[in-house]
Design a protein around this ligand. Sequence first.
Ligand code: AQP
Length: 344
Amino acid sequence: ESRVFSGVQPTGNLHLGNYLGAIKRFAGLQETHNCIYCVVDMHAITVWQDPADLQAAIREVASAYIAAGIDPKSSVIFNQSQVSGHAELAWVFNCVARMGWLNRMTQFKEKAGKNRENVSTGLFVYPNLMAADILLYKATHVPVGEDQKQHLELTRDIAAKFNNDYGERISALGLGDADGYFPLTEPVISGPATRVMSLRDGTKKMSKSDPSDLARINLTDDADTIAKKIRKAKTDTEPLPGEEDGLKERPDAANLVGIYAALAETTAADVLKTHAGAQFSTFKPELADLAVSKLAPIADEMRRLKADPGYIEGVLADGADRADAIARPVLQGVKDIVGFLSTR
Ligand code: AQP
C-alpha cells in the first residue's frame, strides 16, 4: 500500500517555490494516493519564532493547503505538535542516526553558517525529526522540492539502519515485510519547478527568509504586486531560445520559463516552442497574467479562510485525530522492537 506524507514549515512568507515545488503537487496526488499533509510547527522552532506569529502562520499554511485544492475530508491536514508520536519517534531516530551523517547535511551547513556554536541543537537534528514525520506513517512517497533530496536520502538511511539493527527482533515479533519494519521511502521530485529560483538572482533559491521581498512571489501577493515583481525580475537582454539547451548559461531566463511551464502545467520545452524568439518585454506580461490567473484565486480563498479561524482549527483538530490513529500502532511497534517495556 502506498501512502504520501509531506509538510511545510509555518515560518511566514509562503511563496511560489513552496507552491510549485510542494503544495500544488500535494493536491495533485490526492486522486491516486492516501495523503497526509502536515504543518511542521516543531521544525519551525529550530530557529526562533515569535509565538503569536507562529500560531498565525500555522493557520496560514493550513489555509494555503485548502486554498490550493487539498480536500481536508479525503486528505489528512494537521499540525505536527498535536501528534506526540513525531517527538517520540524522533528521539529513537536521534539514537539511530550517526553524527557523521548529520555533519554532511548541506542545509544545516548553510543555515548555521559560521555561527555553529550558537545555533540550536534542534537545527542539527532536524533531519531526524523529518525522518520521524515520514516513517511514523510508514509513508512510501514524499513530494518535495529539490532542496529536500538529501534529507530524504537520510530518511532512507535511518529506515535501513533501524530495519537492520533490529532485524532479528522485527522478524521474531512478526512485524516486518520485504523492506523490514519501515519502508524505504521514495522522494517525488518532478515537474518543471522543483527548484524555483530568486527573481533577483537566478542562482539562488527562492526562499522565505530572503530579505528582499522582490526576490519572491508570496502566495498572498495581490495582482499588482505579482505583476510588478515579474516586471522587475532580473533577466538578460537576449530573446528566448527555441530549445532548452539555449537556457543553459541563462539561470534567470530558465527560471521564468520554468515558472511559466509549471503554472501552465506543461514543460519548459513546450513553453520555448511557443515563445521562441520572444523578448522579455512580451514574455513577462504574459507570465504575469498567467501567474495572476492561477494565484489570485488561491490568495482570495486564503483571505476568506483567515476570516474563519474556527473552520481551520476544526480541520486541524480532525486531522490530528486521524493522523494519531495511524501513528499509534506504528509507534507501539517501534517501542516493542527497541525493547521499551509497555505496562499500560
Ligand atoms: N525555491 C523552491 N523551489 C521549489 N520548492 C521549494 N520548497 C522550498 N523552497 C522551494 C519546497 O517547499 C516545501 C516546504 O518548504 P519548507 O517550508 O519546509 O521550508 P524551506 O525549504 O526551508 O523553505 P524556504 O523558503 O527555503 O525557507 P528558508 O528561507 O528558511 O530556507 C519543501 O518541499 C521544499 O522543498
